[in-house]
Design a binder for this molecule. Structure first.
Ligand code: BGC
Length: 761
């Protein structure tokens, strides 16, 4: 701490320090002119700036300043391009700086453990290594613009249903190998200004209350930044101070302040704990406050968004229809109104929008409605047009009501109208190309009937330009999937226990491809796959123990990008492990006939497992796999490690069917049964929805919220994604959130809880 900050801290009263650790309002920290402490502004991220000059909310409802909307993380992850992520981070940082914003709330690097998570579009991958590397690049890029980033949502926050109160229950090995690793890479390689503590509970403890989880960031990883709560995530301000949960956001509610004062009085909380948090807030403000406003090049950022969309696109199938030749047409409402971003706190007010119909002067048929429905007339028009051209290009995917912050998808299917439109067009013309906009995998039963499939994820505001260039061959698709596409939801390992009141991480380390590969479950499209208009050849794979090298050559006729992926396969026998794990990657761009030697570093962690509190390298010969080639390597400093006795022969070794509760309890080392709170047990974690049956006053509040939200959205319409999200965030969230974000007095909510708990005779 600088002498200046030390002096300030020494002069501040306890009350001032407590207040400093709560925001001033929705987006700013508190200013103390008499100590020369300015107020500092933060805004969402992650794929663009959402600065709200007025009408603040954390759900993306009120207007924000125009900003370039980059492709969402579900798209940019498919670029596998750290340099690109760094450029995006820098550009968003520049826009932040131009708008006087010092901290961007992103990137989001929660692990995709189930394709139905409503917020997967905002996250990178099912793989922690890829997530961590891309997040680190983004943060380092943002730093170049002089702006801080905030990694979110720490930790194990992989479902939207009951996101404010669900308990993520998981074993230590899974916690470290899958859920902490991405954050660890990003924290160690980019030292972000802030980390956001998530809403959910982890193994019975709120993240912001958890000394264990916050110590991992600071004591184990040596990080010095500020922990900021997600908006409304503070549980106990007293425990939060003790654990080092520094800044409560948003501010203004004084939630928990009286409890803090009482705890100080009773000696249950020490002033030094508050000092530690206050000091980190002061540090943050000191580093941030020189964020003088500088103009930035919006046109150049839009161009970068276009490049990012191109380099993130994944060509999943192509039997020759692409690049387009001869007469083509565009079909589907999304060609006119591209779905380019998701609903919720990441919602950007785009600087400039490009839709495919604006860039491709081709005949067009609606094919379906904006909501994803179709009818005989729309289908007949689409079919007639499809028959008249060589290549019909159908635009389809998920509409906003299907995926959003605040709720999870109910199934993995596409809107019925989109599926019907694809089938009908493909039947009329088998040369059909599908361009898909969705933040997560969908079931694609029509895949064999179409000629080509280009996956754009949610490609940001320049998506239309990018699609035009990709379809016509001006750009060559070079994205690779960052998430496995199962054949159907039935194949998803978490299907029986995902999306419940509590999040049971029964699959352990077998997340995404770690499961499909190990259990030999066939998939629609594997993790890491993607085609190109050119071809690549790999040769001369070698490993010297410190790195792996391989030669990659462009053997086709197009300039193109290839993602060199390094997988490590464990030795035979020993402790149960996934069949292979990603441990390195690099993207290269090559002219036809050009070749490059690519070197990817490896270290002990590339081979290690988390075992009884530390990283250990199990003994044996490992296989390193790159682009279909393999090389063997036997590391030094290893230990003989077997599957623990109690897990021998369980699902974790056999991967047959699904893990039973009993097997999972053995993995956990304790029993866990999810049980809804009964009357008498309601607390500030309970939702309004839960207490409504027991409290007349809660019912009144529910109705009032519905009315107010409805009025802001032109009616109580649950088919309106924004209204549905607002309601689910208000009534399914913990009542604590209504106090911190919703302006409902904490005392009133405590009374509601008390009355709901009271059994009437
Ligand atoms: C979201 C965060 C977001 C915050 C502020 C929360 O509801 O979970 O990701 O940064 O709101 O908008």
């Amino acid at each position: 701490m600088s002498d200046k900050l030390k002096k300030i801290l020494d002069s501040m009263s306890v009350e001032e320090k407590i207040d400093l650790c709560e925001g001033k309002d929705y987006w700013r920290t508190r200013a103390y002119p008499r100590y020369d402490i300015p107020s500092v502004m933060m805004s969402d991220g992650p794929h663009g700036l959402r600065k709200q000059p007025e009408g603040s909310d954390n759900l993306g409802i009120n207007k924000s300043v125009p900003a370039v909307c980059f492709p969402t993380a579900a798209a940019t992850a498919c670029s596998w391009d750290a340099e690109l992520l760094s450029e995006i981070g820098r550009a968003i940082g520049e826009e932040a700086r131009a708008n006087g914003v010092s901290l961007v709330l992103g990137p989001g690097l929660n692990i995709k453990r189930n394709p139905l998570c409503g917020r997967n579009f905002e996250y990178f991958s099912e793989d922690p290594y890829l997530s961590g590397k891309l997040a680190a690049a983004y943060v380092n890029g943002q730093k170049k613009a002089g702006v801080g980033s905030c990694l979110k949502h720490y930790l194990a926050n992989s479902q939207e249903y009951k996101r404010f109160s669900s308990n993520s229950v998981l074993d230590e090995r899974t916690l470290h190998e899958i859920y902490l690793t991405g954050f660890e890479i990003a924290v160690k390689e980019s030292s972000p200004a802030a980390v956001m503590s998530s809403y959910n509970i982890v193994n019975g403890e709120h993240v912001g209350d958890s000394e264990k989880l916050l110590n991992i960031l600071r004591r184990d990883w040596g990080w010095k930044g500020m922990v900021v709560t997600d908006w409304g995530a503070m549980n106990s301000r007293v425990k939060g101070f003790k654990a080092g949960c520094d800044l409560m956001m948003p501010g203004g509610s004084h939630y928990g302040k009286s409890a803090v004062k009482a705890a100080l009085k009773k000696g249950e909380l020490k002033e030094e704990d508050i000092d530690d948090c206050a000091q980190r807030v002061l540090n943050f403000v000191e580093n941030a406050s020189d964020a003088s406003q500088r103009p930035c090049e919006m046109e150049a950022h839009h161009e970068l968004a276009r490049i990012a969309a191109e380099q993130s696109a994944v060509l999943l199938k192509n039997e020759g229809a692409l690049p387009l030749r001869g007469k083509a047409c565009l079909i589907g409402h999304m060609a006119k109104e591209l779905r380019y971003q998701g609903v919720g706190s990441s919602h950007i007010n785009p600087y400039k929008l490009s839709n495919p119909v604006d860039f491709m002067e081709l005949p067009f048929a609606e094919g379906c409605t904006a909501e994803g429905y179709t009818n005989d007339k729309l289908i007949a028009e689409a079919v007639a047009l499809a028959k008249s051209v060589r290549t019909p290009v159908v635009f389809a995917g998920l509409t906003d009501i299907f995926e959003s912050e605040g709720f999870d998808r109910e199934h993995m299917k596409m809107p019925e109208g989109h599926a019907r439109m694809i089938e009908a067009v493909a039947e009329a013309n088998p040369n059909t190309v599908v361009v898909l906009m969705a933040g997560a995998p969908v079931e694609a039963p029509w895949i064999d009937k179409v000629n080509a499939l280009l996956y754009m994820a949610l490609p940001g505001e320049a998506g239309g330009e990018a699609i035009n260039r990709l379809l016509t061959g001006k750009a060559n698709p070079c994205g690779r999937l960052a998430e496995t596409w199962p054949l159907s939801y039935d194949d998803v390992v978490t299907k029986d226990f995902y999306g419940k009141d509590d999040a049971e991480y029964r699959e352990g380390i077998f997340v995404g491809y770690r499961y499909y590969d190990s259990a030999h479950v066939p998939v629609r499209f594997p993790f890491g796959c993607g085609l190109s208009y050119t071809s690549f050849e790999y040769s001369e794979l070698s490993c010297d123990g410190k790195s792996v090298s391989v030669t990659v050559k462009n053997t086709g006729e197009f300039y193109g990008g290839e993602v060199v992926q390094l997988y490590v396969l464990p030795p035979e026998g020993g402790i149960f492990r996934p069949a292979r794990e990603l441990k390195g990657f690099e993207k290269v761009f090559l002219m036809p006939d050009e070749e490059k030697r690519v070197t990817i570093p490896v270290n002990d962690r590339s081979f290690a497992v988390w075992h009884e509190g530390k990283w250990l390298v199990p003994r044996g010969e490992y296989t390193l796999q790159v682009g279909g080639l393999e090389v063997k390597f036997t590391p030094d400093d290893t230990v003989a490690l077997n599957t623990p006795e109690e897990l021998k022969g369980t699902w974790y070794e056999t991967l047959q069917s699904t893990p039973s509760a009993e097997e999972w309890h053995r993995l956990l080392g304790f029993d866990f049964e999810s049980r809804p709170k009964a009357q008498g047990e309601f607390d500030m974690d309970s939702s309004l929805e839960e207490i409504v049956p027991y409290s007349w006053a809660a019912r009144r509040l529910y109705k009032a919220i519905e009315l107010v939200m409805g009025a802001s959205q032109g009616g109580r319409d649950y088919s309106n994604p924004a209204f549905k999200m607002m309601m689910s965030c208000a009534v399914e969230s913990s009542v604590r959130n209504l106090a911190i974000c919703g302006g409902v007095p904490e005392g009133l909510l405590k009374m509601l809880i008390k009355s709901a708990n009271k059994k009437r005779k």
